[in-house]
Ligand binder design. Structure first.
Ligand code: F6R
Length: 601
């Protein structure tokens, strides 16, 4: 995700800002920029699409210098990577950097346009700076709080005002900001590595609290404008640990980010009236048949999408592996749409499918994480998964974000076609809004999944079984385990076992059995009994109570509408795979033979 750095002190801000931003490169970015308050008090900014080196070159040519400034690395979410969309953004007397997503920016932007405001970028951020400028009369703090009262979503902001030299205001909600304190200097940042080479002393900015950084000092106040003192903390992390937010691996960090990434993906897509994907999808009436295409986990997300879309929207869906589909001479025609799912947006086989669709004049929808990637650019319509940069090779947060977008798509199609009752629609929409909190609850039981991993890590094989949506989910649970722990694993539709695979079940073979739908619960339990009576050790994954006795271990899920339960159910399976991999001494973030972005076929 985006990185913020701000500096105030006696040294030249430019070097410290660029070096701070370089320490945040691991967060992923596609453009960068800084704004500096010059000696004459005016604010000047330089920004650029691309790597920091390009920005540094521009800065050197400009000869920019000053003792206070804000800098930003942008990981695009609203608007493609470009100079215009890069931060800082300016409006009137205000300059600002932002990390996060403003959910109601469209509505606010329309209001500001009606008042005559002209926007220069496609970002949600420009709305924030325009609002602060609109509210700014005499008191900058009042202008900032008036703005945070009307914006919805997540933000960490660094703000400068033209007429208040050498001063930075910082505030946050659901996006991180830490404030490093050195001798006569202060560095604000999204993350500790940005200032670790300068100081280890820092403050954690609380939600809604405002930091005022001026001439190398910092003070804090709240919305009542009352100043208060804070505890100064000392970082004990080394730089590498700090980049992972204190987690030992990116994969663990990314799994823990899921409450936030789900929120960032889902919430901006549901407006106050409960309409879904209104900005992304104008007309859906032409869609008669959907082909969901992707590779690996992205294709697995598609399997869950199929179950949901067919159930609620009654549109036929096929799920295809991109490397097969591109050469299969697929039967495509009027009313067909291809939904391409890809985290990286660069997967060669998936990209080839988009090209094929274009040749055949078939409309395409891309569900993509990386803004401005090849697939995002090529697709007729793009719905971004706002999961932020995913660094671990094994996908976790991007996968759950993909599934959540497919559920949103299914609901939208169902609403447009009138195939879902109001009560069901509202119940699922409400459940989607509860998803981030429910995901937090699942993550709280991490110790249990770790214990299970210790119990099963020495197994030679492991099977995953379930029916319907759980069968689709098992494909992903099994892939997660085998790709990072190198344990042989397979996923099966639970009712299919007795047609062959059950001959592999013998004493002590672990079987993960998932049952998240009431309709299939008893049938899955029968299948579990078939394997336990042949000696299998079953780990049962469900939100339902049961009488026990037919499994060895249980992963209990918190209650949520069962239609979206797979998003919760995959989280323990991701963590289980992670801890099995740790127990087996594998390189979790970079499993052998695998690459994050598969740009060859
Ligand atoms: C597995 C995994 C892969 C990707 C697949 C598609 O954990 O990450 O299976 O899902 O390579 O990649 P994208 O989504 O970038 O097209």
């Amino acid at each position: 995700m985006c990185g913020i750095v701000g500096y105030s002190g006696k040294r030249d801000a430019v070097g410290l800002l660029t070096s701070g931003l370089s320490k945040l490169e691991y967060r992923g970015y596609d453009s960068a920029g800084i704004a500096v308050c010059k000696a004459d008090g005016t604010v000047e900014m330089v920004k650029s699409k691309g790597r920091l080196a390009i920005l540094e070159e521009k800065l050197a040519n400009k000869g920019l210098s000053g003792n206070a400034g804000i800098g930003h690395t942008r990981w695009a979410t609203h608007g493609e990577p470009s100079d215009a969309n890069s931060h800082p953004h300016r409006s009137g007397r205000v300059t600002l950097v932002h990390n996060g997503i403003i959910e109601n920016y469209m509505q606010l932007k329309e209001e500001l346009i009606a008042e005559g405001k002209v926007f220069l970028s496609d970002t949600d951020t420009e709305v924030v700076v325009a609002l602060i400028d609109r509210f700014y009369e005499e008191d900058p703090i009042e202008a900032i709080y008036k703005t945070t009262a009307v914006i919805r979503g997540s933000y960490a902001l660094g703000v400068m005002f033209d007429d208040i030299p050498n001063t930075i205001y910082a505030i946050r909600k659901d996006s991180p900001l830490v404030i490093g304190v050195g001798k006569d200097e202060v560095i604000i940042a999204s993350d500790i590595p940005a200032f670790l080479s300068e100081t280890r002393d820092y403050y954690l900015l609380d939600e809604g609290e405002l930091a005022i950084v001026r001439d190398g000092t910092v003070s804090f106040c709240d919305a009542t404008l009352a100043e208060h003192k804070k505890e100064l903390l000392t970082a004990s992390w080394d730089v590498e640990a700090a980049e992972k937010g204190g987690y030992p691996h990116f994969m663990l960090k990314e799994m823990h980010e899921q409450p936030k990434t789900l929120k960032d993906t889902v919430f901006p897509r549901i407006d106050e009236a409960g309409n879904i994907l209104k900005n992304e999808l104008k007309d859906t009436s032409y869609i008669k048949r959907i082909h969901i295409v992707g590779c690996g986990s992205a294709m697995h997300a598609g399997l869950l999408g199929k179950a949901f879309i067919e159930k609620y929207a009654r549109v036929p869906v096929s799920v295809e592996i991109a490397s097969e589909f591109r050469y299969a001479n697929p039967v495509l025609g009027e009313g067909d749409v291809i939904v391409l799912i890809s985290q990286s947006g660069e997967t060669a086989d998936s990209l080839a499918v988009i090209k094929l669709a274009k040749e055949l004049n078939i409309p395409t929808v891309g569900i993509v994480n990386v803004v401005g990637s090849s697939i995002a650019r090529a697709a007729d319509t793009v719905i971004y998964t706002n999961a932020g940069p995913e660094i671990a090779v094994a996908t976790t947060k991007a996968y759950t974000a993909q599934v959540s977008v497919l559920y949103l798509l299914g609901l939208r199609l169902a609403a447009d076609r009138g195939t879902i009752g109001t009560a069901d629609y509202n119940a699922i929409v409400e459940a989607l809004k509860l998803l981030p909190e429910a995901a937090k609850k699942v993550l709280e039981n991490e110790e249990h999944y770790k214990e299970l991993a210790k119990e099963y890590f020495e197994a030679r094989d492991m099977f995953f079984i379930g029916r319907g949506q759980d069968s689709a989910l098992c494909c992903e649970g099994s892939l997660k385990l085998k790709e990072i722990s190198y344990m042989h694993s397979e996923a099966y539709a639970a009712g299919e076992l007795k047609h062959g695979t059950i001959s592999l079940i013998s004493e002590g073979v672990p079987v993960v059995a998932v049952a998240t739908t009431e309709a299939m619960f008893e049938k899955t339990v029968s299948n579990i009994k078939e394997v336990t009576s042949r000696g299998a050790d079953v780990i049962f994954v469900t939100q339902f109570d049961d009488v026990g006795g037919f499994y060895k271990d249980k992963i209990a899920l918190p209650a949520i509408h069962e239609a979206i339960m797979p998003i919760l159910a995959i989280i323990p399976l991701q963590l289980f795979a992670y801890y099995v991999s740790i127990e087996r001494g594998c390189d979790v973030d970079k499993p052998r033979n695998l690459a994050k972005s598969v740009t060859v076929e």
